[in-house]
Unconditional design. Structure first.
Length: 433
């Protein structure tokens, strides 16, 4: 069975807005009030119920969306085309919530509607991707296209399944075909843009994501993907903010926005983003880690440790959570507990130099410069281009009176990669004879 090995493809990729034969566009979150007013004024019009239900779903209000969509189903007996779309939206609500059982049931109901067998298979393909079953998803997408060789939803499901299966060439081809079949749809451009960015073709991917937003300027998923692709930047933050306005429960967007704000020193804004991420998804590690990092920036070490421990209760082997606990203990001056956690964090992720660098910095602050030197030296050996590691080594060497070696370390810090306080390092260099 082919299953994707990378988790960077978000489940939002399952959100698509049209059927094999439909060109209906999404209503915007900013248009919910207008859609609600229209639906209330014409309660027997299933198309208006569809528009409102779709807008509510896209805005992250699944319960209200289901209620409206089911109301629309109840008044759509004479409108088979709209009835099919209503059942599609019901399935998407469950797909959004990663509820495989409910989504599968909704897809079965959809497929039993007259003339909707292809749509039922396309829907089932998306449902299989909830559990990352790319082989099964491809089988269902193939069944959809066998019944209707020009089924837009089937081709889009095929593209997503190939993306999960890490077959970039086939996924790209399928996204491009879907885009050709539905020139006014933003979803294929969003999927293709995400695929190309992840494949290292950033410029091409960004161009596709901009096409998606040209077609649908308020699409939360396209806003998110472009914001991620352009991070860190002012445009990225603006795009992510827009995504959270369109979908206030968009935890991934809040996380990305908060992380960027925190890195820029905008602690108050980062605090708000972290709180929103926690409200949206408290059962995932990311929101707790971000909240803990914000607490640490606010000088609340105990709160940071609590958030780290909460994250570890969700996933025990999370390096970022261990690092957070370590940083919290270091902030409190509990160096032994901090070092134990730093070593655990490094053991969980040998691709991140941060635990080693922070351990060196914590040891230096506690006047344990032999240990500081050991941690920093390990960091420079593992990551010879990492500037923060050389800066930490320079500090330890100065404390041990090895000024010539410290000078060399500081110079390598200035020439290296990563976040280094260049002015501070230059001042330290200037203070050496």
């Amino acid at each position: 069975m082919r299953v994707a090995a990378f988790a960077v493809v978000p489940m939002v990729m399952l959100l698509s807005g049209a059927l094999c034969t439909s060109g209906t566009a999404y209503a915007q979150a900013s248009g919910i009030d207008a859609a609600r007013t229209a639906a209330r004024a014409n309660p027997t019009d299933p198309a208006l119920a569809l528009a409102l239900g779709r807008a509510l779903r896209r805005a992250g209000q699944p319960i209200d969306a289901l209620a409206e969509l089911r109301r629309g189903i109840g008044v759509s007996a004479a409108r088979l085309d709209v009835l099919t779309q209503l059942h599609w939206e019901v399935a998407r609500v469950h797909l959004d919530r990663h509820d495989f059982a409910q989504a599968s049931t909704a897809c079965q109901v959809l497929g039993k509607l007259p003339g909707a067998a292809a749509e039922g298979h396309a829907c089932a393909a998306d449902a299989q991707l909830v559990w990352l079953r790319s082989t099964e998803a491809l089988r269902e997408a193939g069944a959809a296209l066998a019944r209707d060789p020009h089924c837009y939803e089937g081709k889009l499901a095929e593209a997503r399944a190939e993306e999960y299966a890490l077959d970039v060439a086939r996924s790209e081809a399928a996204y491009r075909t879907a885009s050709g079949w539905r020139p006014d749809a933003s979803e294929p451009h969003t999927g293709l843009g995400r695929l190309l960015v992840h494949d290292g073709r950033k410029d091409d991917g960004v161009a596709e994501l901009r096409k998606a937003l040209a077609l649908d300027p308020n699409a939360p998923d396209a806003l998110f993907e472009l914001g991620i692709a352009l991070a860190p930047s002012a445009e990225s933050a603006s795009l992510l903010e827009h995504a959270t306005r369109e979908r206030p429960t968009f935890a991934e967007a809040w996380l990305a926005l908060g992380t960027q704000q925190l890195a820029a020193g905008r602690v108050t804004e980062a605090h708000k983003a972290a709180a929103a991420a926690l409200r949206s998804d408290a059962s995932s590690v990311g929101p707790h880690v971000l909240a803990g990092k914000v607490a640490l920036a606010e000088g609340k070490a105990d709160e940071a440790i609590r958030e780290g421990e909460s994250a570890l209760k969700i996933v025990a082997n999370t390096a970022a959570a261990k690092l957070l606990v370590a940083d919290g203990n270091a902030k409190k001056g509990e160096i032994d507990a901090a070092l134990e956690a730093y070593q655990a964090a490094w053991g969980l992720d040998h691709g991140d130099p941060t635990p080693l660098v922070h351990a060196a910095e914590a040891c230096h602050a506690a006047a344990r410069d032999t240990s500081a030197r050991a941690f920093a030296l390990k960091a420079t050996q593992e990551f010879p281009k990492w500037g923060p590691a050389w800066a930490a080594l320079g500090d330890a060497l100065v404390a041990q009176g090895e000024r010539a070696a410290a000078k060399d370390a500081y110079q390598k810090a200035l020439a290296g990669e990563g976040p280094v306080d260049q002015d501070a390092v230059r001042r330290k260099l200037g203070a050496l004879p």
